[in-house]
Design a protein. Structure first.
Length: 216
């Protein structure tokens, strides 16, 4: 059994869209209003971890496709950069998808999808672990595709002969539909009080709203 280090160095990996969807489901927030630095500090303070780095990953729309949310994200990226957060972002890829309306009719809508975000997130978790840059990897996500990363981290810890923990952090309330963290990780539930204390006071949305101001 490898000895748990002191202090335990933590790197925070945030899947921006996954965190937004979880917060919307748990607390009803209709846009990504979280402050990544505040969340990272709150969690590390609670758990007694030494915060070393915050990394943020998300897809975002091209200005030609959705100027409102493009403005929001580029402004938020700029602020995160000033805070020292490492940001990895890519524009969304769009395709037509058929959906079934409540009355049974079919309709076609254009849906934006992230490409390469989860792959970059998984690679960075492994790369920084290989470089021994953390003892605790805190992943703000419930994406079960990352369960394979948890398996690889345990193999890495054994090969390096050291203690490593991987944690899945996510908002949770009685209204949450998804109540599971990533398989093979420790689960860290963020309650309403903690999340509310970490809301970004800055609102990066343009003054003129679109037809719908809810981030998808």
């Amino acid at each position: 059994m490898n000895t748990e280090p002191a202090p335990r160095r933590a790197v925070i990996f945030i899947d921006g869209q996954n965190l937004f969807r979880s917060a919307k489901d748990a607390f009803g927030h209709n846009y990504p209003n979280y402050d990544p630095i505040a969340l990272a500090r709150a969690i590390c303070l609670r758990e007694g971890w030494e915060l070393c780095q915050v990394r943020f990953y998300t897809g975002y729309p091209d200005p030609a496709d959705n100027p409102f949310w493009n403005h929001f994200w580029t402004s938020k990226f700029a602020q995160m950069g000033r805070q020292g957060i490492h940001v990895f972002s890519r524009t969304l890829r769009y395709r037509n998808e058929t959906i079934i309306q409540p009355d049974g009719r079919e309709s076609t809508v254009m849906v934006g999808r992230e490409k390469g975000i989860d792959v970059r997130l998984a690679l960075d978790i492994l790369l920084l672990g290989f470089r021994r840059e953390y003892d605790v990897a805190v992943v703000f996500s419930q994406d079960q595709d990352l369960s394979e990363v948890a398996d690889e981290i345990r193999i890495l810890a054994k090969s390096q002969g050291r203690w490593i923990k991987i944690v899945s952090a996510f908002p949770m309330s009685p209204t949450s539909k998804n109540r599971r963290g990533i398989n093979g990780t420790d689960w860290l539930k963020v309650d309403r009080e903690t999340y509310t204390s970490c809301i970004d006071p800055r609102d990066y949305r343009p003054k003129k709203p679109p037809i719908s101001t809810s981030e998808n």
